[in-house]
Structures are given as C-alpha cells and as structure tokens.
Ligand binder design. Sequence first.
Ligand code: SF4
Length: 367
Amino acid sequence: MSKTNTAAQEPKWVQRLLDWYDVNKRDLPWRGVGDPYKIWVSEVMSQQTRIEAMKPYYDNWMQLFPTVEALAEASEDEVVHAWQGLGYYSRARNLRLGVQEVVSNYGGVVPMDRKSMESLKGVGAYTAGAVLSMAYNLPEVAVDGNVLRIYARLYNINDDILGAVGKKKITALVEETLPHDRPGDFNQSLMDFGSSLCIPKSPRCSDCPINSSCEAYANGTTADLPVRIKKTKSITIPLVVGLVQLGDYYLLHKRPNTGLLRSMWEFPSAEASDFSAGESQLKDLLGALGFELKLDSTMVRELTHVFSHRKWEMKTYQGTLIWRGSDAEQIAAIQTKLPADYMLLPRLEFATYTWAGPHGKLTELCK
Ligand code: SF4
C-alpha cells in the first residue's frame, strides 16, 4: 500500500486541484458506482484511446459482459470481436483471462490489495492503483503518462519520463502528495486535469487552477517538459492490399495465431512500396492458391496504421480473381481446395468476423 500524506503535509495545489475536480469532473458511467470491474474495463479500454472515442465501446461491452462472470464465460472470439476498433487486442484477451482468475481464485470479487491485483493477467501497477483507489478508495497511486507529464511540469523535472529514474522520482512524489482522505478522487482529478488543461502540447496554463504552484510555469519551461526519449524506432512497412473478388465473394486471409493481430481476418496483401511490385507479389501468392489475379491500377484507398513499434503504409487496390480449375466448380468446391487460413466470403457476412485492425476500415469499399 502506498504511503500517504496527512492534510497538514499536503501541498496547497492538491486541495485546489480537488476543488477544480469537484466542479469540472467528467460525467462517466463507471464513476461514482464503486464497481471495480467497470473501472477495470474502463481503464484498460482508455489506454491508447480517448475517453470520448472509447465510451460507445464501453457501453456495448457492458451490455454484452455486464459482470465478471459474464466476461469469464465468454469465448476469446466474442471478446475480441467486441473489442474490434480499439486496437491492441492483447489487452482484451488479457482482460478476459484476468477476470477468469478473479472468478476462479477470488470468488468473483476483484481483490482489494495491490499484490493480488498485480498478479492478475494484464494488470500492471497503473491499472491496479486506479481500480483500488477508485473502487475501494484505498490510498494507492496510479501513475501513467498523464501523471508523469503533470508532475514533470509541476516540479520542473528534467529526467526522461520514459526512463526508470524519471518514473521512480515522480512515483515517489505522487505517493508523497496523494491525499489521505480522497485518493480515488485525486487520481481521477489528475486524469481529467491532464486531458483538459495540462495537455501534452500547449498546456492551458492561464486557465490552470494550480499554476501558482507550477515550477515549469514559473520558469517558462512548460513547452520543454516532460522530457521523453524514445528508444525504439518504429519500422515503416509498405503494404499493397488487394480487395479481390471471385464473383460476389471476396478472398480473405486469417493471420497466424501468434504475433500482431493474431487470428484476425484481412485482405490479401504483399509488402511492397509500389503497385507493380505489389501486384506481382500478390499474383504469385494467389497463383499458388490456384487463382489468376487482375488488379486495377487505380488505388482506392491509402491508409496509415500505427502499431507500437511498426507502421503500415497501406495502398489498396481492387481486383478480380479467376479460378484456374474447372469453370463448373462452385464456390463451396473451391473453398475446400484452399488452405485453412483462406476463405471466400460474401460482403453481407463480413460483420460476423473479426477484422485485423485497419482491414476493417477497408470493408466499406466492398460491395
Ligand atoms: S501551469 Fe500549465 S504546465 Fe503547469 S500544471 Fe498548470 S497547465 Fe500544467
């Protein structure tokens, strides 16, 4: 459990931030209900996604899986399907596994201590702190990028907030300043404050209720903080994608069951920076399956999709397939000759499958 300060030790800005929060807090469905499961789901969903964008997913999720038991009983496919559009699918899989542990090891009650919380699949220090403080009002800190940024500015900290030293220093400060009576509200006030005023670029310092306590504001360094030194460079992968049809059926590929976007469906694609190289690679790929490919040379959609360490630059083309076997063969017969990770599917059935990230956006181009 985190060490908390007493009211007498509390820096003045803490109460001012709480006062600001009391007036300006966002009205969110998982707030004020004291339900650790709802808070847990909301925290996992809101990592990498803005609250406004994730709210419809949250509402849909709670319709499908309103309790830990409902989620624990759901299949991985159902869970990943409900997550579709939020990206980083391992979070959904881990959430399901973590909840299954709660049901099997804790009688369906989300644990009330940090050690047990952090032992659950997919639960790190931040999520544990957020759930424990917001659901049970326990004095636990929840330090994420938002909090690191705010404290780096408030205390004019020049250490890299992505490095161990910077994180440790700031976590110690958050523990020191965490108010003993309202830890859950304090953590939520930091979330709201960081998304509305102390925002990543151009913080709104003149409207800030705690600017008189902010060292970066006093020193004129708000634009330089926080310091973030990225270690891994993202790789850019050019992809030529084919929306290729045999009559009314599209050819789809299921990604491998390990790695990026695992076990999800995508349109056939080839790593190539231009149309002609991509076309010839796709021809080879589909030729090995028994198809002849005619790809239109006009690009129908250009998309960029950013993962944590790689970026897809996608160029999409439409095309038609010709089956090299007998003309008389029906789709069902052709299907039996394809490898298990390929299928022919009419547009009307797309909604029942889980799409590999940006490939879902390409479905709107299909008839
Ligand atoms: S004064 Fe500006 S930089 Fe400092 S805490 Fe407020 S919004 Fe953030």
